[in-house]
Design a protein around this ligand. Structure first.
Ligand SMILES: [Zn+2]
Length: 202
């Protein structure tokens, strides 16, 4: 399926899926016994995601996609750790995925926790600190005029930083397909209350 789809084709499908989610249309997604059997031999996802582990932010549901369609990397705060980079590289180079979506969301608990470390020197365990650390630069770059909405502004900045890294420097293996136009990396921000996904303009 991905062989014939351009990045923009996939993006249009995802936008349409979120429109259906927003209008509460019933989901008709792949998941039947026949489709499971077809997929058992190989997967052909149409897009890869780097998104937050938050239980309210489930890409398949938000975009109306079914089994075998989205290759998803999730961690708290959707940050670009080395395993995330490697997993996204695998999706592109081994599975031929034409689109990577980096998705943050409103009221992100991981970003809120990272803000409490940066602003109030709050302490977490060493393992949690490892997850939060990549979020600090996005928090530091929020200007004084946006401090009233620091968590959401930093979450957006984090998405933009990750997209830029994936576009420019994080992975040589991802640069060539982007130069050829066979891969796009885009940023998105999910509003918990409305269910709407905003596509971030970099
Ligand atoms: Zn989150």
């Amino acid at each position: 399926m991905t062989l014939s789809m351009t990045p923009d084709d996939v993006l249009a499908l995802l936008k349409e899926g979120n429109r259906r989610f927003l209008s509460d249309e019933p989901m008709t997604v792949q998941g039947s016994r026949m489709s499971r059997l077809r997929m058992a031999a190989a997967q052909h996802p149409i897009a890869a995601y780097l998104s937050c582990s938050d239980s309210r932010v489930t890409p398949e549901l938000l975009f109306g996609r079914g089994l075998g369609e989205l290759f998803i990397v999730r961690n708290a705060g959707n940050s670009l750790c080395s395993t995330a980079i490697g997993s996204l590289e695998f999706a592109v180079t081994a599975l031929g995925v034409p689109l990577i979506v980096v998705m943050g969301h409103e009221n992100c608990g991981a970003v809120r926790a990272a803000v409490s470390v940066v602003k109030e020197h709050y302490g977490f365990s060493a393992n949690i600190n490892k997850v939060l650390q990549p979020l600090y630069p996005a928090i530091m770059e929020v200007g004084d005029d946006c401090q009233h909405d620091l968590v959401n502004t930093a979450a957006r900045h984090n998405v933009q930083r990750v997209v830029r890294e994936l576009q420019e420097e994080a992975s040589p293996a991802l640069r060539r397909p982007q130069e050829l136009g066979t891969l796009k990396v885009v940023g998105a921000f999910y509003e918990l209350g409305s269910g709407e996904v905003e596509w971030l303009d970099l």
